[in-house]
Design a protein around this ligand. Structure first.
Ligand code: ATP
Ligand code: MG
Length: 350
């Protein structure tokens, strides 16, 4: 029965291909019970398969979607538990997931850089001690520093205050092919400035323009800015590290108790803690008005640092996955050039 034989051969080939992709190409693949690994099968790299996509979707459903806010209309902070761990039980499990995530991220970043077309901007906002610095350190640990641009936004300088509030942001946007990281951002303009309205006065805006609608107007301007950037190929993802007030207290106490953490302690942070409820209200309102499909917020549980790291890594991998990045193919004339170069090298004796 020749038909049967052909069918079986094709089926076996497909099956082997799927198994290979399952092991090699899916995000966080090492945590998956993988038949090929147990069997010791080792193939070389090939194209992503359906199995890899299915697994990526699973990871996305577990570690990304629960924290993703693309439409803020009904967003309520109290629906998000800062101690949530999505079924990941131990630090060891999380470490393995993080390693896989970091490796995936590095691979994506190489392609992003090689293509030199898309850029990715990651924005981190949080209360003090939520772990922004740690996230940046751990999640970006595998990426090539050449392809990464990090900016920390502190209180604006005198020069900054002589301009509109987006001025310093425009100068810091990532170049094409790069990953830009904002440790705090223009969102402070609807957070700390809202909680402390005296800061608005320092911005030297003509008083006539400061009305009760100012925050709504800022949300609108931020949405427009992000739409503009998105339409230019700068992909924006925003992270709110959602820390509980109780855990913040523990982390502040650790900064007082432990000599290796003393340097991190700041009396100003304790003062800001006194405005906790105002900040939470400002964060909630901000997410409600600035979450969009193009530039969504990820509300990441931050009471367990190990979980924060894997949830952020998963979100970034998920985003880059969706861009379907690939290495640029070399045009025919360039290929000829490469062949000529090879010939030249091989012709020479040394
Ligand atoms: P860390 O404490 O880990 O070093 P951080 O981001 O808290 O990180 P700080 O120097 O402690 O850094 O604080 C920066 C301060 O600058 C924050 O209190 C923030 O609210 C403030 N800030 C940032 N942007 C603005 C802004 N546009 N207007 C006013 N204050 C701002
Ligand atoms: Mg601080």
């Amino acid at each position: 029965m020749p038909h049967h034989t052909e069918f079986s051969a094709v089926f076996v080939l497909l099956f082997v291909h799927e198994l290979w992709c399952f092991q090699h190409l899916c995000p966080f693949r090492d945590t998956v019970d993988c038949a090929t690994r147990r069997a010791g099968v080792d193939f070389s790299r090939s194209l992503p398969s359906i199995a890899a996509r299915v697994l990526a979707m699973k990871i996305s459903r577990k570690l990304v979607k629960p924290f993703l806010v693309e439409d803020g209309k009904h967003f309520r902070l109290k629906d998000h538990d800062p101690a949530h761990t999505a079924g990941v039980k131990t630090k060891e499990e999380a470490n393995q997931l993080l390693q896989d995530g970091v490796a995936q991220l590095a691979e994506h970043q190489n392609k992003l850089y090689a293509q030199n077309s898309w850029a990715l901007l990651l924005i981190f906002q949080a209360m003090d001690a939520a772990g922004k610095d740690g996230v940046i350190k751990h999640v970006m640990s595998g990426v090539n520093p050449q392809g990464c641009q990090v900016f920390s936004f502190k209180a604006p300088s005198a020069e900054d205050l002589d301009h509109d509030y987006m001025w310093r942001t425009m100068k810091s946007m990532p170049q094409r092919g790069r990953i830009g990281i904002f440790n705090r951002s223009y969102y402070e303009e609807v957070l700390v400035v809202r909680v402390h309205p005296e800061l608005l006065k320092a911005e030297k805006i003509p008083p006539k323009l400061i009305t009760k609608d100012i925050w709504k107007e800022r949300y609108e301007d931020i949405r427009s800015f992000e739409r503009y950037m998105t339409r230019n190929g700068i992909v924006i993802r925003k992270f709110f590290l959602n820390l509980s007030k109780k855990e913040q207290k523990q982390r502040f106490l650790a900064r007082l108790d432990r000599p290796d953490k003393n340097w991190k302690f700041s009396a100003a942070d304790i003062k800001e803690r006194g405005y906790w409820d105002d900040y939470m209200q400002a964060y909630e309102d901000m997410i409600r008005h600035t979450a969009s499909e193009d530039a969504p917020w990820h509300v990441i549980p931050a009471d367990n640092k190990w979980f924060t790291h894997i949830a952020v890594a998963a979100a970034i991998v998920d985003t880059l996955d969706d861009l379907n990045l690939s290495y640029p193919t070399v045009p025919a004339d360039k290929l000829k050039e490469l062949q000529a170069a090879r010939k030249l090298l091989e012709d020479k004796k040394k």
